[in-house]
Ligand binder design. Sequence first.
Ligand SMILES: Cc1ncc(COP(=O)(O)O)c(C=O)c1O
Length: 449
Amino acid sequence: MKLENPTTHSVSADALALEHFWMPFTANRQFKQAPRLLAGAKDMHYTTPEGRKILDGTAGLWCVNAGHCRAPIVEAIQRQAATMDFAPTFQMGHPLVFEAATAVAEVTPEGMDRVFFTNSGSESVDTAMKIALAYHRARGEPSRRLIIGRERGYHGVNFGGTAVGGIPGNRKTFPQLMAIVDHLRSTHDMARNAHSRGMPAHGAEFADELERLVTLHDASNIAAVIVEPVAGSTGVLLPPKGYLERLREICTKHGILLIFDEVITGFGRLGTPFAADFFNVRPDMMTVAKAINNAAIPMGAVIVDNRIHDTVIDATPVGGIEFMHGYTYSGHPMAAAAVIATQQLYKDEQTFARAAAIAPYFEDAVHSLRDARHVIDVRNLGLVAGIELAPRAGAPGKRAYEAFVKCFEMGVLVRTTGDIFALSPPLIIEKSHIDQLVSMLRDALGTVE
Ligand SMILES: Cc1ncc(COP(=O)(O)O)c(C=O)c1O
C-alpha cells in the first residue's frame, strides 16, 4: 500500500500500513492491534502523531542522555550530511572520525584511550570479544578462547553477545551458539537486598564463583569476563558492594581480561563518565554505544586499554593489517559529527555532574513507590531505577505490561522487562518531571489488577 505522504510525521496509525515492518523485541500482532506511535521529540518529551506530549522516563532506550533534538547535535548532523555523506575508514580516513575518537578519549579512564568504532552495542560486544581473543593470541596464548558472562546479563543480539548473555528468553531459540562461553551466577538477591538504596550490601562473594570456573576450565583457556557493571535490560540489577573489585582481583590474578559492558552506563548514567569511574574499578575494555552521540545516529565503540591495543598492533609487522575486523560504517561521518557535538554538549552543560546532583532526589522519589500497589522491590543508582512487581499468578510480565500501556495513555514513557519497570530518564530531567514520572507510575499501578 502506498501512503499519501509517507514522510509526514504526524501521520496517524490508521493511515499506515503496519504489516511490512517486522518490529524488534515486540509482540508484533498485539502491537499492530493497538499501536503506540511517537512522531516528534524535544528535550524531556516525545509527541504522538495526535499531538499528545509524553514525558520520556527512559531516555528513549537508555540513550538520549542530553535530551531530545538538542540544537548543537542536530546542526552538526545537518552540516555533515551536506558536506560529506559517507567516507570509508578502511585504508582511508576522514578528519571527523579522528576528532570523535579524541573527544571520547578525553573522558575515558587514564591509559584507556584507544577507540574502535562500531554501530551499536551488539557490535561493540562482539568486537570486544574478538579483541580479547586477538590479544591473547598476540601474546602467545591462543588457547585463551573462553569468554565468561553472567546469568541475566544482556550483551546485545549478535551471535557472540547472545551466547555470552544470560537472559534465557533471548538464548532459547539459539542454543549452544558458541561452545566457548560460560556464565557466572546473577548477583540478584532480593531476599537479602530488597529495597536497597544504591548499592546492595550483600553478595560480594558471588564474584568468588569465578575462581570455581577457573578451576573448572583452567585459566590458560579463559580469555575474558564480560559483565554489565549495572545490569540494565534484565531489570536493573546492581552490583553488591565489593563485587566488582573482587571480580577485578580474580581476573588480574589469572591473566583474564575484564570487559565492562557500559552500553547503558557509559556517558553519565551514574553521574560519572563511566561506571568504571563510579565504582573505581578499572576494566581492560569498555563497550559503549547509545549516549556516545546521544543516540542521534547509530554508533558504538570499544574503548581499549592502551596496553591491549599495542599488543595487538605490534604483533603484526608494519604494513600489515593488525586487526581483521571493521564495519562499513565504523566511524560514519554523520555519527562522528554527532559524537563531537554531543561530547562538547556534555562538557558545556556539565551533564554528568548534573545527573549526580539530582540523583538523591530521584532516589527518594522512586523509593516512595515502596508502598505502591504490587511493588515488591525498588532499587536505584545514579539516574537508573528498577521497580519490581509481584507477577500475576500464571501470567508473568502481564501486570507490568498493562501498567506500561496505562502510563503511555497517561502521558509517560517507561520501560518494562518481565515484571520490572526500568526508569532511565534523560540526564537533563528536572525535579518536577521526576515528581510527574513517579506519580503517574503510582496511579497506573493502582489501576491494574
Ligand atoms: C549492556 C548492553 N549491551 C549491549 C546492548 C546492545 O546494544 P544495541 O541494541 O545497540 O545493539 C545493550 C542494549 O540495550 C545493552 O544494554
